[in-house]
Design a protein around this ligand. Structure first.
Ligand code: WT7
Length: 649
């Protein structure tokens, strides 16, 4: 019986950046990467001290890091103000009148906010928070649409040392209650509503429902976005714009300890209640600053756009902290990718001259499904660099992104990281790394990534195992809020002093990291352990298939049988012939071992709000015929009802 995860998918297409791109990039050759990487691993204190020194510290640190596994401190003794680094530093430089945020609302309203304006807005809101009694280390729950005020509220919290907890605007009142209770929050910042697919999301109403069940909130500060009717509870609820009338637009930023808590962000484990991932100040800012600078190779002339929501870690690290710490100009978009149709993103790129575009594989697959005519109708020539995050990007989706969006000229940075890691851990550097579609390639500076087998030995090339990080890094989570035991058990109990990410992966002969899926999702077919990503990528490579999810189902003979769910591209029809064809196709691409036992054609796959496929639910469905597990993170409950119909026609 093989204990390791096997790999059967081979990808040989290699793409290297153009000479023009390389020459002007910060890291322009692999030898330069290797040299810096070696330094960052051998002498992390030297490498990270140099990166951190590019930020503004009000008091220098005395020690770069202190590591008592699994608890890290970075830039010990140093003091800084995170908001000052992201805003004031630029507002008092030649970037003063440079656009920080180019905002586009879903209805089409537009606003440009310069660094000088951002400074005034953040200072005003910091004053509003203080006037309403918010103190250092108080937890502030932020439940906002994707509008500049979300970032302003986060930065204002950082400025006064309050700990923000952003809750994605698509979550329900129940999710708000869970997070309020776990974090002990005493303040809420929200909006009357936000625009999504032409409708108003009733944010304030959801907060009201939540606060009927949680009584510790002292004040709710409400931004007016949609003008929808809401009820305001006297003495508890105040309007942002009313408060803004009575505060100054300057605010003196205090220095906080490098290990001062910056934010909590809840991430749903596959089971159990969401974990409050804690990030602190100096190390987190250094990590997001440095990764953003090198991986997106940011320039003052760039227009950067990340399509994530601020409610996810991607929005924290690569909309708010990383880009702003670098003084970047970015687009922020409020709404859905298909409002009014699947051309919206491409129109935004054309209209604002976006040069760096960062999105998720789930979005890319939705665009492929919708059809090539949408991007083809827009001028995307301003783009110079593309990024992907959130899931393994299937090689076929990578190729489509490269051709249809990147015009075959833009490098693609496939960035692997997690809420817990705070910043990107494995990714190409766009000016030098040879890319193969489907791999996040090589570790970033200071990241000692490896793949271990159950016994803790480093796996051989192409042997699958557990993805781990063997050394501390600045932006690592410090703990699960209020639950150190769970922190140790979840991330630090497989191997002593080593961080386990929960992903299965392999390295190819060149050392590239391939994520094969979450460890919990790995299939075991006749003693062969198969990652979900490879079988799914094989299916997505078929011209009729848009998306797929693969799960194991108990099988008397094989241990587990391979069950596949697929959605088809626009205009493709399901049939018995196609089912047979897909089965043969997987057999040819991966091997007979992976040949699906069943293939179901589904109208849609169950996903989390952030777009990850929830294989856990599919596994339960094919095993028991029903879903009894926790579905609070499911995006669309109708999907499950449709799936039940398609497995029992
Ligand atoms: C999990 C973390 C990181 C921000 C968004 C998700 C998967 C993420 C990749 C990638 C393959 C990826 C992993 C990881 N993942 N990026 N480039 N290639 N898998 O943050 O919600 O904390 O999820 O997302 O499984 O463990 P998150």
């Amino acid at each position: 019986m093989s204990k390791n995860i096997e790999s059967h998918l081979e990808e040989n297409r290699v793409y290297t950046p153009s000479e023009e791109f390389s020459q002007s990039a910060r890291i322009s050759s692999m030898s330069q990467y290797r040299k810096l990487y070696k330094e960052s691993i051998d002498k992390p204190d030297v490498f990270w001290a140099r990166e951190a020194a590019e930020l503004q510290w009000q008091q220098p640190w005395s020690q770069v890091f202190d590591w008592k596994a699994p608890f890290a401190k970075w830039f010990v003794g140093g003091k800084l103000n995170v908001a000052e680094n992201c805003v004031d530093r630029h507002a008092t430089s030649s970037r003063r009148n440079k656009a920080a945020i180019i905002f586009e609302g879903e209805p089409g309203d537009r606003r440009v906010i310069t660094y000088a304006e951002l400074q005034r807005e953040v200072c005003k809101f910091a004053n509003i928070l203080e006037k309403n009694g918010v103190k250092s280390k108080d937890r502030v729950l932020i439940y906002m649409p994707m509008i500049p005020e979300a970032a302003i509220a986060m930065l204002a919290c950082a400025r006064i040392g309050a700990v923000h907890n952003v809750v994605f605007g698509g979550f329900s009142a129940d999710s708000i209650v869970d997070r309020l209770e776990d974090s002990g929050a005493t303040y809420v910042v929200t909006a009357d509503g936000g625009w999504r697919r032409g409708k108003i999301v009733p944010l304030k109403e959801n907060v009201d429902v939540a606060l009927q069940r949680y009584g510790k909130v002292r004040k709710v500060i409400v931004h007016q976005r949609c003008g929808n009717e809401i009820s305001m509870t006297p003495s508890r609820d105040v309007w942002w714009h009313d408060e803004a009338q009575n505060v100054k637009s300057t605010h003196r930023a205090k220095a906080f300890d490098s290990e001062h808590p910056l934010f909590l962000l809840y991430t749903s484990g596959s089971t159990g209640k969401p974990k409050g991932i804690l990030h602190t100040s100096g190390g987190y800012l250094t990590g997001t600053y440095s990764t953003f600078k090198y991986i997106f190779d940011i320039r003052d002339t760039d227009v950067y756009w990340c399509t994530a929501d601020v409610g996810w870690i991607t929005g924290h690290s690569y909309i708010v902290y990383g880009p702003l710490a670098n003084g970047a100009t970015q687009v922020m978009y409020e709404g859905a990718p298909n409002q009014p149709d699947f051309g919206r993103f491409w129109k935004i790129i054309e209209d604002h001259g976006v040069s760096i575009f960062y999105t998720a594989p789930t979005a890319i697959r939705a665009f492929i499904k919708a059809g090539d005519h949408f991007p083809a109708a827009h001028d995307l020539s301003s783009l110079r660099l593309l990024g992907s995050v959130g899931e393994p990007i299937n090689p076929e989706a990578w190729m489509w992104y490269h051709r249809q969006i990147g015009g075959e000229r833009c490098p693609i940075v496939d960035t692997w990281w997690q809420t817990e890691t705070g910043a990107i851990m494995i990714s190409p550097l766009p000016g030098c790394t040879p890319c193969k579609p489907g791999t996040a390639t090589l570790p970033f500076f200071g990241v000692d990534a490896a793949i271990l087998d159950e016994a803790g030995n480093v796996c051989k090339a192409n042997e699958g195992g557990k993805l781990v990080i063997r050394k501390p890094w600045p932006s690592m989570t410090r703990t699960i809020y209020g639950d150190k035991a769970r922190f140790r058990k979840t991330y630090w109990s497989d191997y002593s002093g080593i961080y386990t990410a929960g992903d299965g992966a392999r390295r190819d002969k060149e050392g590239n990291f391939w994520i094969v899926g979450r460890i919990d999702d790995v299939l075991n077919v006749s003693g062969h352990r198969l990652g979900t990503a490879e079988v799914e990528s094989a299916l997505v490579a078929h011209p009729a298939v848009a998306e797929s999810a693969v799960v194991g189902r108990p099988d008397e003979l094989k241990g587990q049988g391979v069950v596949c769910f697929v959605t088809l591209k626009e205009g493709k029809e399901s049939s018995e012939a196609l089912r047979r064809e897909l089965r043969e196709h997987v057999g040819r691409t991966i091997g007979a071992i992976a040949k699906p036992d069943d293939i179901y054609f589904a109208p849609a796959l169950p996903k989390t709000r952030s777009g990850k496929i929830m294989r856990r639910l599919l596994k339960e469905l094919v095993t028991t015929g029903e879903i009894s597990g926790n579905i609070t993170t499911l995006d669309d409950a109708q999907v499950i009802i449709n799936l039940q119909k398609c497995i029992k026609p």
